[in-house]
Design a protein around this ligand. Sequence first.
Ligand code: SAM
Length: 249
Amino acid sequence: KLSNRLQTIAGYVTAGSRIADIGSDHAQLPVYLLQAGIVPSAIAGELNKGPFDAARRQGAAVGLLHKLDVRQGDGLSVIQPLEVDTVTIAGMGGALMSDILEAGYQTGKLEGVKELVLQPNVGEDRVRSWLLEHGWSLLAETIMEEDGKIYEVLHAQKQSEQESKEHSAKVYDTSLLPVSLPEEIRFALLVRMGPFLLRKPIPVFHQKWQAELEKLDRVCQSLSLSEQPEAAGKLAQLRHEMTIMKEVL
Ligand code: SAM
């Protein structure tokens, strides 16, 4: 059975699109999308030999290798321009994810791709920034908990530069946050916490940021014991950030 996390990602994939799932591991997501008849064909990309073999075994076991093309390689290097409509990347950090997207963009591999469904494990702000900088419009976000872990899923669509600018201005509307905060801080908070998630904060969203604040609290404690010359400055900065986050929550 597909996990709720992968189910949520699958829910964002536009029916009928040709997909590439990058970092596919056992190819669970593309296999599900094919079996459910949501997509006509899929590519599973894997960097590492172990998961690559596992994906091929999985595709063969369910008799889907005529529709599931398992390819070994780094990030989007496994696809050709115009080959897919949707790219999904799930279960890795936001820094690696945005590096993969950037390399794909630089090499033309994102040409023709209309939709991205991304589930970074950490560093969601890196992914939102990348989308903002490259004319991808954020359409929706989900935050969810499964087996004691909290996940965010981002759904983005390629638009013209002008459309995406207008869309982003609406989505990253800084007037949602307390006007007492400087404009650039409000913008940074929207990128960090998620503009859709902030608009409708469900309990798991509060849970995530409560836990983040507790982590930062521990960093503060060790900074306050540190004898390094820059510790005091860092501590003041961090306390300031935490006050702002508490204000928003
Ligand atoms: N996407 C699946 C999911 O969400 O359940 C699997 C996630 S698994 C934790 C991350 C996978 O990404 C691993 O199988 C790893 O080999 C693969 N990976 C890491 N870096 C990669 C890269 N640069 N290109 C392609 N795959 C990569």
